[in-house]
Design a protein around this ligand. Sequence first.
Ligand code: EPZ
Length: 412
Amino acid sequence: MQCGGSKNATLPVLASALAVSGPVELQNVPRLQDVDTMLELLVSLGMRATPTAPHSWTLHPPTHATLHADYRLVSQMRAGICVLGPLLTRFGNAVVALPGGCRIGHRPVDLHLRGLAALGAEIEIREGYIHARAASGLRGAEVNLLGSAGPTVTGTCNLLVACALARGSSVLHGAAREPEVQELAGFLSSAGAQISGVGTSTIEISGVDALQSVCHRLPADRIEAATLAIAALITGGQVTIQDAPVEHMQSVLDLLSDCGGQFSRTENGLHIRAADRLNSSSILTEPYPGIPTDLQAQLMALMCLAEGTSRVTETIFPERFHHVPELIRLGAQIQRHGNTAIVEGVSSLSGAPLLATDLRASAALVLAGLAACGTTEVHRISHLDRGYQQFDLKLRSLGARIARTAESAAGI
Ligand code: EPZ
């Protein structure tokens, strides 16, 4: 099974193309609803975007951008906020709607705004929009990106681009270390940015006058790869995932091995085989290199069928538990205490109608439905299409009995 391009690497790179002064060619861009929304947003800001192959785009950034990122588009996804840094640093002005995205709890942008203010931007929030101005350009500064729940990923992306074109040097303290941040830094460096310390929590940037034309290939999606691995384990099957970014999946592969998964590297990917027995585990989501919050729901679905008691603690988004009542509908035994869920493994789940509430919860419900006896209907799967390309078709080609119906529900 081919792993698609990474959603969360692609979105900030697409947004950052606004800061580049020449054409940008991107390869391995996944076909996802969020990518379409980001492209529509960029076009509304003056970008020309042309598909050049099934997963490749050539972008022609504007020389004079429209500086208003509209609510209609930005409210559809959190990553819409990623146009703020590029617009402000290249054009000195930006009006960006406060972003939307998955319903996974409170998602402030204070760290983004504090960081940009430290670079000299004047920022105001009026009528649901962020109004940011830096009439004489941004200037390098020391910025702290650490919030109470850890570093901010898209905040680090916004600041990286902003600092790349700011006058002088900047230091980002408490920077996110996620592979997606590393990818953006790689893209910017190929365009001429001067960045060091990427992959650590302190990143140093020396501002340059302009970013130049660049061609960049996006990496495979570590969350999709791990979701497919969990699909194999929850159904007692096996899968080979081409291009799985194994080097960025260590914590989750260690966890899945403890649960009984058997892994082997292939020439360009990963093979996963389920053992006879699925062990329970203790799962703690953390910033990279810890277990990603974007896998918490899928891992919880797996633990529902593991032998013994599992503990799932969510430290990034303490309210990200909308999948719990839906898993309980299938017969799972889960009790939630604040940001921890205690899961008593059961020997089988039984199919039921379910409601998907957010992207990763949708994937978790589909995985649980694959393992449940009888038919499961997952409603509102539009969330799934935001982040997984043709997930139903991929699962079907692996042997799952899954169909997308006209009412846009997935019956399994
Ligand atoms: C990114 O969101 C991802 N989205 C999320 O993936 C992912 O769950 C999240 O990082 C954590 O890994 C994209 O890359 C588009 P954060 P982001 O800012 O950047 C708090 C998915 O399923 N915080 O790193 O918005 C925040 O409340 C999505 O693909 C502040 O306090 O997340 C949270 O507790 C969902 N102030 C923590 O930091 C801020 O200004 C981490 O959030 C910003 C964040």
